[in-house]
Ligand binder design. Structure first.
Ligand code: ATP
Length: 226
């Protein structure tokens, strides 16, 4: 599903955020990316989201090399991707329903079908009763779940999440991981950047460890000790 082949990323400032990074993620796998602050976790996700391009090497998702994709192809490629952010980036002046609906509006889906899919996504994250609410009235954990519903509403084959539990207490963080686990169980590939080692150990998935932009460890799920 995801293949990084000798990927390096140097920002215009000269900062080399990733160096010679190679790894492969199978369809339907769930993988953590961890490492110290500045190790390159967000940069790795930005390459997958085509927010940044690699300086060298290739990033392939579902057989497409993102490094050589034309700008005009980016919106279509991004539809294969559900993104979850630490700060969830919800539109506070719209309802929960409207926030989750947004990717489907952009994709040109008809209103009746949109409503059906939005409700299915909200049900998955346990927030169907909140569809008419303003996100500001929800708790931080609930807001994060709205962000997750928005990421999955178009049923992308790949979900990438950047510190999705950064603002949450351990119980809520475990709940969010439980949701990702469910998406993995129905065949979605999930990549989560996190520096929360306790959470990573408890979730027991494969872990890629970055250090100063280099891959220094690739721990299979079976070797992750709680
Ligand atoms: N837009 C940018 N321009 C210049 N340098 C950048 C940019 N974004 C990130 N960097 C640098 O690249 C390196 C990797 O940053 P990145 O944000 O990918 O790390 P991270 O592991 O996600 O860190 P954190 O856990 O603190 O979010 C850091 O040295 C950072 O300062």
């Amino acid at each position: 599903m995801i293949r990084f082949d000798q990927v390096s990323k140097r920002y215009p400032t000269g900062q080399e955020a990733l160096s010679g990074l190679s790894f492969h993620v199978e369809p339907g796998e769930m993988v953590f990316v961890t490492g110290h602050s500045g190790a390159g976790k967000s940069t790795l996700l930005k390459l997958l989201a085509m927010i940044e391009r690699p300086t060298r090497g290739s990033v392939t998702v579902d057989g497409r090399n993102l490094a050589t994709a034309r700008a005009s192809a980016i919106p279509r490629l991004r539809r294969k991707l559900g993104m979850v952010f630490q700060d969830h980036r919800l539109l506070m002046d719209r309802t929960v329903f409207a926030n989750v609906e947004l990717p489907l509006v952009i994709a040109g889906i008809a209103p009746a079908e949109r409503a059906r899919r939005v409700r299915a996504a909200l049900e998955k994250v346990g927030l169907l009763a909140y569809e008419k609410q303003a996100p500001a009235l929800l708790s931080t954990g609930e807001q994060q779940r709205v962000g997750i519903a928005r990421a999955i509403v178009a049923k992308p084959p790949l979900i990438i999440a950047d510190e999705p539990t950064g603002n949450l207490d351990p119980r809520l963080a475990a709940e969010i991981m439980g949701l990702f686990d469910q998406f993995q169980k129905i065949g979605t590939t999930v990549l989560v950047a996190s520096h929360d080692l306790m959470l990573i150990k408890r979730t027991r998935k494969r872990v890629l460890v970055l250090d100063h932009g280099r891959l220094v460890d690739d721990v299979p799920a079976t070797e992750v000790m709680a």
